[in-house]
Design a protein around this ligand. Structure first.
Ligand code: AP5
Ligand code: MG
Length: 198
């Protein structure tokens, strides 16, 4: 299965993708992790990436597309993958569609994890006490939330029109969220099955 997770910062994309990757035995591809790894390189590119992500701004589309396409050409993704935090802009979504179409593939489902901003802020401030992410300061979290609203949320309409969007209530416990995701995937699998028998 090829599954996209969309959600504001702190919605639980990483938490749920880790579980689902284990359950489905497919790779978890996080563009945030890819960019953080690239940022650690002592190169001009590393410094360029840091200047975006540490300020809570999106890295340029061409740069993210380059990293992601390279990853999607590796052998271990042939039976599917989970995309965590990608796409994040309409141009990224369109380029992903083109990339998939050229290979005769499509996304199976787009899961939208929903959660109010106050809860997201609380979660990320708490995470900043145990993890060392430079973008987890209150100001940068607010900036990331604004970026989500203006640049990423329009994707929800984009995928709704394609008919593969499923909403998931991210306000429940991680176990309840995971159970809801599994239910959504069962629905998707059975509708794909019905289509193929028509
Ligand atoms: P990215 O790494 O994708 O970060 P993000 O979207 O800001 O989201 P987070 O990783 O902070 O949160 P999450 O939804 O994964 O939640 P988590 O499971 O950790 O991107 C970082 C940056 O990279 C971007 O700002 C941008 O600059 C750049 N970037 C990345 N992709 C890009 C792209 N495609 N294009 C351009 N730029 C890109 O959970 C958060 C916390 O809450 C954890 O402590 C967790 O334990 C807790 N938690 C999780 N679920 C629950 C729950 N149900 N109840 C209570 N607590 C919970
Ligand atoms: Mg994450």
């Amino acid at each position: 299965m090829r599954i996209v997770f969309i959600g504001p910062p702190g919605a639980g994309k990483g938490t749920q993708c880790r579980r689902l990757a284990q359950l489905l035995q497919i790779p978890h591809l996080s563009t945030g992790e890819m960019l953080r790894a690239a940022k650690r390189q002592p190169t001009a590119l590393g410094r360029q990436i840091a200047s975006f992500i540490d300020d809570g701004r999106l890295a340029p589309d061409y740069l993210v597309m380059r990293l992601l396409k390279k990853r999607l050409l590796q052998a271990d993704v042939s039976s599917g993958y989970l995309l965590d935090g990608f796409p994040r802009t309409i141009p990224q979504a369109m380029q992903l569609d083109e990339f998939l179409a050229a290979r005769g593939e499509r996304l199976d489902v787009v899961l939208s994890l929903r959660c109010p901003s106050e809860v997201l802020l609380e979660r990320l401030v708490r995470r900043s006490q145990v993890e060392d992410r430079l973008d987890d300061t209150p100001e940068t979290i607010q900036q990331r939330l604004r970026v989500f609203k203006h640049q990423t949320a329009p994707l929800l309409d984009y995928y709704e029109r394609q008919g593969n969007l499923r909403n998931v209530d991210g306000m429940q416990t991680p176990e309840q969220v995971f159970a809801e995701i599994r239910r959504s995937l069962r629905d998707v699998a059975s509708s794909v099955d019905r289509e193929s028998h028509r």
